[in-house]
Ligand binder design. Structure first.
Ligand code: NAD
Ligand code: MG
Length: 388
């Protein structure tokens, strides 16, 4: 494809699991995509390697102490190097790209994505926390600035794909599938002793540390319920979760006539990443195909919300709305990083989130500033609960 027709991609969070897989997709389709922006928080070596391979216009290293190293490593290349949090926002607002892959993890992804939306950019959204925290503002701005928000999260990509051709048809409900994570079927007496390395082992997906823990606690599915509410403009009672351990059906929609559409495939994030980058087209891929002759049964069961109480807390946040999902998210980020550092146990994460949700005052219709305040307050309170 001639250079001027290539989609110019900005990958925010290019050194992460989603970012790296996106670069694999782009490598396989060099005639369709060019890489214009790459960003990383601290992995300067991988960032430099990616920059050498993909020759972007700009790279950003979040950790400012690493700026001289990155700058020097790329000194003989026509690549601009920036550092720090503010440059993420400034560069997100630039004209040199068409689509942002929002693949930063956590609250940190919110502002760059918002800046891109305000410029009317297409967003391939992996960073679900952005919608959990400020879904109302994000979706309102996306409409205002005509910025398409295309989900990358596999469940939401599935729903999005099932919605093609259905714009006039009402959704009765959506069914988000969940693998159940590494501790499916386990009870609290087992979970109390779980350590980080075990919790990081997901049966079906290889992902970054935070989302792997979220999958083990089922918080990931809770965050995804809130993400789905905003993406597809649903009422809380239209969002259902079902455990499907094989991760072949990525999610489903039930329409008003009772008909159900599902999207299926092997669990490989490159598929939803590629779909979002290439949208509205489907482009060929050599990824392995699902084999119907494999004697793998597709099974479904209810989530054990008594054991995995994070899902109950997230459902509560989904129904309450306002700043509650933002508080849930902030407390969860603190809890997950404390667990990853072996500072708290697996079940302590839920207690910490619950107590933080009880502590931070409710705001019905928060402004962006309110979300920042609630996030900060929740983080401080959650951190204060962790014994040193
Ligand atoms: P990851 O931890 O592997 O990568 C995170 C990326 O964000 C890295 O490039 C890192 O440098 C950058 N980053 C981290 N903290 C930052 C900060 N404070 N400021 C700027 N950049 C920062 O995470 P991941 O697994 O790739 O997930 C990324 C996002 O995509 C998450 O929101 C996750 O929930 C979502 N997601 C991931 C998957 C998956 O398969 N990994 C699937 C669905 C959704
Ligand atoms: Mg998902």
């Amino acid at each position: 494809m001639p250079e001027q027709y290539k989609k110019r991609v900005a990958i925010f969070g290019s050194t992460g699991s989603v970012g790296r897989q996106a670069l694999e997709v782009i490598s396989a389709n060099p005639d369709r995509f060019s890489v214009e922006i790459l960003t990383a928080q601290s992995n300067d070596e991988l960032l430099v390697k990616q920059a050498n391979e993909f020759s972007p216009d700009i790279v950003i290293i979040g950790d400012e102490r690493k700026y001289p190293k990155v700058k020097e490593a790329l000194a003989n290349k026509p690549i601009k190097v920036f550092a720090g949090e503010q440059s993420l926002q400034d560069v997100a607002a630039m004209d040199n790209y068409d689509i942002m892959l929002a693949a930063i993890v956590g609250f940190a992804g919110l502002m760059p994505t918002l800046r891109a939306i305000e410029k009317g950019k297409a967003i391939a959204l992996a960073n679900k926390e952005t919608l959990v925290v400020a879904g109302d503002i994000i979706m309102r701005k996306a409409v205002e600035h005509r910025a398409p928000v295309i989900p990358v999260d596999s469940e939401h990509s599935a729903i999005f794909q099932c919605l093609v051709g259905e714009t006039r048809n009402k959704i009765e409900k959506i069914v988000l599938t969940a693998s159940g994570g590494p501790f499916l079927g386990k009870k609290p007496n087992f979970l109390v002793n779980v350590k980080r390395d075990h919790a990081l082992q997901h049966p079906n997906w290889s992902m970054g540390a935070k989302i792997s823990i979220d999958s083990a606690t089922l918080m990931n599915k809770g965050l995804e319920m809130i993400e789905a509410k905003w993406l597809f403009n649903l009422q809380p009672d239209q969002v259902q979760v079902i455990i499907h351990p094989q991760s072949i059906i990525h999610s489903m929609i039930q329409f008003e006539d009772g008909s159900i559409k599902a999207q299926m495939g092997l669990p490989d994030m490159k598929l939803p990443i590629q779909y979002a980058l290439a949208f509205p087209h489907r482009i060929p891929s050599t990824m392995p195909r699902y084999n119907f002759k494999k004697p793998d049964k597709l099974t479904f069961e209810d989530a054990d919300t008594k054991t995995f109480r994070n899902l109950t807390l997230a459902t509560d946040a989904l129904y309450k709305g306002g700043n509650v999902p933002c508080v849930l998210n902030a407390a969860n980020e603190i809890a997950v990083y404390a667990f990853l550092k072996n500072r708290i146990g697996f079940l302590d994460m839920t207690d910490l989130i619950e107590r933080t949700m009880q502590h931070v005052p409710f705001i019905q219709q928060p402004s962006l500033e309110d979300y920042f305040d609630s996030d900060g307050e929740a983080r401080n309170f959650a951190a204060s609960l962790i014994k040193l």
